[in-house]
Ligand binder design. Sequence first.
Ligand code: CP3
Length: 348
Amino acid sequence: MSDKITGTTTGKPLLDVLSGHKTARPPIWIMRQAGRYLPEYRELRTQAKNFLDFCYRPELAAEATMQPIRRYGFDGSILFSDILVVPDALGQKVAFMEGEGPRLDPLNGSLSGLKDEIDLEKLSPVFETIDRVKSALPASTTFLGFCGAPWTVASYMVAGKGTPELAPSRLASYRDPAFMQKLIDLLVESSTRYLLKQFEAGVDAVQIFESFAGALTSDGFRRWSIEPVSRIIAGVRAVRPDAKIIFFARNSGSGHIIAARDTGASAVGLDWSTDEEWARDHVQTIRPVQGNLDPLLLVAGGEALDRRIDKIIDTFSAGPHIFNLGHGIVPETPPEHVARLVKRVRGE
Ligand code: CP3
């Protein structure tokens, strides 16, 4: 890994960091940067009959992707979609209830209601969205695709909704590991093909979201998160050896080291509970890191926000770093706080 400050090599600073280059200031993007904190997003959202319809209408999804780029000029643009389009394309019923989050028909210990393989044809609107965004983005912006990691997506498929401590999927992994393994294997295969298709459609890099890494034991983390994610990364690289892939294993603690060392990820996302000095010494020495401002500090704003931004930048100036939040931005965030964040990260 290079630790020198180099001139940009691809013309895209974020992509350069993913190749191990250190930049003078960290490039910045924000998880869930297209979303309800933006008035223009709320306005656009009224044109779709529900959230999945929104994701599957390329003209709307492309516009949602572009909104935060126009407003803030982020270095990274993330495709507007959702991790739950994968279960949808596997034939599971998925719906988003207003104010309640996602609802799926829970699997009940069997894969019999699912297709044998992902229906990529059903996801063709996503690839059309990528095509549209690609031609609209500034040349220096890195275009990011994504998918959920198998354990996180499986947790929704088993429980049928978000649950605070993931009891349904944790129990299934103990009571019926053979079933859980089959489901995870199906998601490894599906996610690999889905990410490859996103690259083919034009994204520059992808992020794998393991939002529920923190619910696993250390053995479970290796079996249900590290192993399947490593297989996805290897599968993508078998076709695209240079593919840049960020792995965000939220709340995985010392697991961030394993994520950096054992998965083949190009960079590792850090949640806000991760001690940045520890991460500098133990994670950033292995791979570039991304993160890790608390999204609620961005809601609060003020002096404390400024101090924290500076601390994160200073600490991770030791090596390659992408500035981001430690999880998704929340709807209560004042848009002007985001503008302040971007200016400060850029030293303006
Ligand atoms: O980051 C981006 O701007 C790209 C788009 C994106 C969305 N979801 C849009 C979205 C991405 C990358 C996701 C990932 C996602 N979706 C994750 C992993 C990241 C994380 O947050 O941990 C998860 C767990 C989901 C599942 C999901 N989708 C939930 C739990 C919800 C409801 C939560 C809520 O805030 O209401 C969604 C809906 C969703 N996905 C929204 C957006 C902008 C809000 C829906 C709306 O506009 O009504």
